[in-house]
Design a protein around this ligand. Structure first.
Ligand code: KIV
Length: 265
């Protein structure tokens, strides 16, 4: 079995100046494909609430959901680093809950690190987690678990809020994060944060100056053409390919063209 990339190896890649590649992944079938493509990091994101469960927000996602999907992803042999999201209310209630629940993701989900949304407020928890040997990826900007606070999925960090976000990034760095997701922030702010901290920044809707990029796998593969945020680039059109295959299957079963004797014993 190949060894998975460690956070130290990810930092090495960052120091060499090679952009980090991150995609979300929620199941074994796709994890195999992601591993074949030599992607640096697979994130079992709480976006599975939207993508897999068809929900409007990530808020209903449970720790059990993340454990279940992490286990499935982990079964694909490969070298991608495996990080999982701490879902809504698995750490906001208390640091004690945060420690216990991050421990569950490591022990039961088999992930190598956890991702936590938030700034200075979550720094004490990150300090404790890293002390306990649990590497943490930070997440600033549009943190979807706060969607109701933000009043929607909007660009964050405009104006003075940008300076606060830089302070948050520094606090997270001091607390020990190994990398930092920046979601839907103006490109110039993402660049300032990237310059201000010495950990790799991973952008999604944060422009070209971050140290890496992350996209939701199903989005980049074009599996839902109705989802069209400005930051998204589709690298395939699998919605059309999949529907076309299903229609051909339907037609061939109905016409008796499939199966033939070749498909029988
Ligand atoms: O849950 C998720 O998919 C994420 C990424 C968009 C960074 O947090």
């Amino acid at each position: 079995m190949a060894a998975r990339r460690t956070v130290l190896e990810l930092k090495e890649t960052y120091r060499e100046g090679t952009p980090l590649t991150v995609v979300t992944c929620y199941d074994y079938t796709f994890a195999r494909l992601v591993e074949s493509a030599d992607i640096d990091v697979m994130l079992v994101g709480d976006s599975l609430g939207n993508v897999i469960q068809g929900r409007d927000t990530t808020l209903p996602v449970t720790l059990d959901d993340i454990v279940y999907h992490s286990r499935a992803v982990r079964r694909a042999d490969g070298q991608s680093h495996l990080v999982a999201d701490m879902p809504f209310m698995s750490y906001q209630s208390s640091d004690r809950d945060g420690m216990k629940n991050a421990g569950r993701l490591m022990k039961e989900g088999g992930v190598q690190s956890v991702k936590i949304e938030g700034g200075e407020r979550v720094a004490p928890l990150i300090d404790r987690l890293t002390d306990a040997g649990i590497p943490v990826m930070g997440h600033l900007g549009l943190t979807p678990q706060s969607v109701h606070q933000f009043g929607g999925y909007k660009v964050q960090g405009r104006g003075e809020a940008g300076d606060e976000m830089i302070e948050d990034a520094r606090a997270l760095e001091d607390a020990g994060i190994y990398s930092l997701v920046l979601e839907m922030v103006p490109a110039d702010l993402a660049e300032r944060i990237t310059d201000a901290v010495d950990v790799p920044t991973i952008g999604i809707g944060a422009g070209p100056e971050t140290d890496g990029q992350v996209l939701v796998l199903q989005d980049l593969l074009g599996l839902d053409n109705s989802f069209k945020p400005k930051f998204l680039k589709r690298f395939a059109d699998l919605e059309e390919t999949v529907v076309d295959a299903l229609e051909r299957y339907r037609d061939e079963v109905r016409s008796g063209e499939f199966p033939t004797d070749d498909h029988a014993w």
